[in-house]
Design a protein around this ligand. Structure first.
Ligand SMILES: NC(=O)c1ccc[n+]([C@@H]2O[C@H](COP(=O)([O-])OP(=O)(O)OC[C@H]3O[C@@H](n4cnc5c(N)ncnc54)[C@H](OP(=O)(O)O)[C@@H]3O)[C@@H](O)[C@H]2O)c1
Length: 340
């Protein structure tokens, strides 16, 4: 009989946690028992998994005894505080926060990019930032084909990337503005409705180099997963009034020249990517189409007219699925497959 696992979801009541449950079901991950954990606020709440109502428990270190996979999306400070105890209890922590990503002892994994790193874990594996995940799924095959030296990226990130309260703020703020009513923003520092905010995350200050921490995550996580500290990355991360998926305009400089046709062929053959690139018929990836889908969509592929070895592309993905929950479940699948 094939093995079944005890899975804990920490942050089960959040956007990512709920999606995690859906994806475990959809992909038919072999779950023997599921434990749903959240804050004191959610004590006793019931959530459905495979048709069964499961009571939410309060997240605490004692909950991880006997757990095989502990998938965390309850915020960085909680992951940092409890990570070692989760691993010591014998569970493998797959963490969605930024708490462990740059720890040299912790693999940072996207299964389409560096699956081999997952097997080197010592009890904790980190899921990268949502904007890095989709960018690297799109760029890995181009990197393999032509070696990327430099990446310049601008993101157009959905409000769902900032959690359930941010999504609610976009909805409420949009409704208020359309009715000509006043709305006091609580999550974002400026109005998010009908506006773009060049500051992610919304709560933290800019760094000494004037980049935000989200932008520096795209730099550092790319280097870690491509195992190349010399790769140059510059990012500008922008929150846009979209509910469900992130888009990115990416410009790369490669060591060897790739034509548009060669790039499209390489992208079309790669795992996890769907190429939508039909300019004559105005077909290119759209955030509304990517919502609810696991693929990373790539289009608007073109040779950069400003440099010999450059390419431009437009990349769109559901940030809660491939940018968080699906990637985490795929990591658990990698480990489960290796232990068979
Ligand atoms: N949204 C994205 O696209 C995305 C992508 C990648 C990674 N992430 C990361 O995933 C995490 C959660 O994101 P989200 O969008 O799901 O946020 P969210 O919708 O605001 O949900 C937060 C979750 O964390 C729980 N939580 C908060 N404080 C807690 C505490 N003190 N003890 C235990 N549980 C606590 C909440 O429980 P209650 O309901 O009980 O408050 C809820 O389940 C963050 O670290 C975020 O950076 C998010």
């Amino acid at each position: 009989m094939s093995k079944e696992y005890v899975v804990a979801i920490a942050g089960a009541t959040g956007l990512v946690g709920r999606k995690m449950m859906e994806i475990l079901e959809e992909r038919n991950f072999p779950v023997r028992e599921i434990k749903l954990l959240a804050s004191e606020r959610s004590r006793g709440k019931k959530l459905k998994f495979k048709g069964e109502e499961i009571e939410v428990r309060v997240l605490a270190p004692e909950e991880f005894k006997g757990v095989d996979f502990a998938i965390f999306s309850a915020g960085g400070s909680i992951s940092k505080a409890i990570g070692k105890q989760v691993a010591e209890a014998g569970a493998v922590m797959i963490d969605n926060s930024s708490a462990w990503r740059m720890d040299p002892e912790v693999p940072l994994v996207v299964p389409e990019v560096n699956p081999e790193d997952a097997q080197k874990h010592k009890g904790i594996i980190a899921n990268p930032n949502c904007s890095t995940i989709q960018m690297l799924v799109a760029l890995k095959p181009l990197h393999d084909a032509a070696k990327i030296r430099r990446i310049v990226v601008v993101t157009y990130q959905s409000t769902s990337g900032a959690g359930k309260e941010a999504v609610e703020e976009l909805r409420a703020h949009s409704e208020a503005m359309l009715k000509g009513e006043k709305y006091e923003n609580k999550v974002f520092p400026h109005p998010i409705a009908f506006n773009c905010l060049p500051q992610i995350p919304q709560s933290k200050a800019f760094g000494d180099n004037f980049y935000t921490s989200e932008e520096m995550k795209m730099v550092n996580e790319t280097r870690k997963m491509f195992h190349d500290d010399s790769i140059m990355v510059s990012a500008t991360c922008v929150r846009v009034p979209v509910f469900g998926a992130h888009a990115e305009a990416i410009n790369i400089t490669t060591e060897r020249k790739l034509s548009r046709d060669q790039a499209i062929k390489v992208l079309s053959d790669a795992p996890g990517i769907k190429v939508v690139d039909d300019p004559a018929n105005q077909k290119y990836p759209l955030q509304l189409d990517a919502e609810g889908v696991d693929d990373v969509f790539v289009g608007r592929v073109r040779e950069d007219i400003s440099q010999e070895q450059g390419l431009d592309l437009w990349c769109v993905a559901d940030n809660i699925r491939k940018g968080a929950a699906t990637n985490a479940v795929q990591i658990a699948e990698l480990l489960a497959a290796a232990s068979r």
